[in-house]
Design a protein around this ligand. Structure first.
Ligand code: HEC
Length: 161
């Protein structure tokens, strides 16, 4: 989906500027045409500019709607057990596993746990690292308690697989 409404103002104005530039090139082509000059390069460049801007806009829209989806997922109230798991993840994991990680330059292992959907989608590996191997949190730098590991274990055991 392509949308001018969902993207950032900067993206929107860049796209409009490119379209104005393309229109100017076509206009210029028209003016030269009347003087008998057939400068086909101008409309070709204009077409390419519009094409690139549409591809860029499609990508920007994807990013924007994905961010929106995450926000909506976070606003949804969670069942109590998920809520317990979620607050553990926020306190013990997000320092490293987040798009906004504070301890890592980017999400460690490319694993972002920024919504409960992310957590559910990685339930198996989370259980393995936190309960079975106890390798995460790494070096237990975030001081996860045995109680919290037990909460993760219960959540994993009772959820639908
Ligand atoms: C101090 C930073 C840090 C914290 C806190 C942390 N992790 Fe990690 N995690 C890493 C790093 C770095 C890696 C990649 C290196 C590795 O696999 O040893 C990783 C890898 C992982 C992996 C993939 C491992 C694999 O090999 O498949 C999972 C799953 C994971 N972490 C889950 C968690 C969970 C769940 C928490 C919270 C309970 C957590 N991590 C807390 C740094 C951290």
């Amino acid at each position: 989906m392509i949308s001018l409404h969902d993207v950032s103002p900067l993206a929107r104005w860049s796209v409009l500027a490119v379209w104005i530039l393309a229109a100017a090139l076509v206009l210029w082509f028209g003016l030269r045409w009347r003087r008998g000059r057939r400068t086909w390069g101008l409309p070709v460049i204009a077409g390419m500019l519009v094409l690139f801007s549409l591809v860029g806009l499609a990508l920007a829209t994807r990013v924007a709607t994905e961010a929106q989806r995450k926000q909506q997922a976070m606003a949804r109230p969670l069942p109590p057990q998920s809520q317990a798991v979620w607050s553990i993840v926020v306190q013990r994991c997000q320092a490293c596993h987040s798009d906004h990680a504070t301890v890592m330059p980017w999400a460690a292992f490319g694993l972002s746990l920024d919504s409960m959907d992310d957590v559910e989608g990685n339930a198996g590996v989370i259980y393995r690292q936190v309960v079975e191997l106890q390798a995460m949190p790494m070096g237990n730098t975030t001081k996860m308690s045995a109680e919290e590991r037990a909460t993760i274990a219960r959540w994993y055991a009772t959820r639908a697989h």
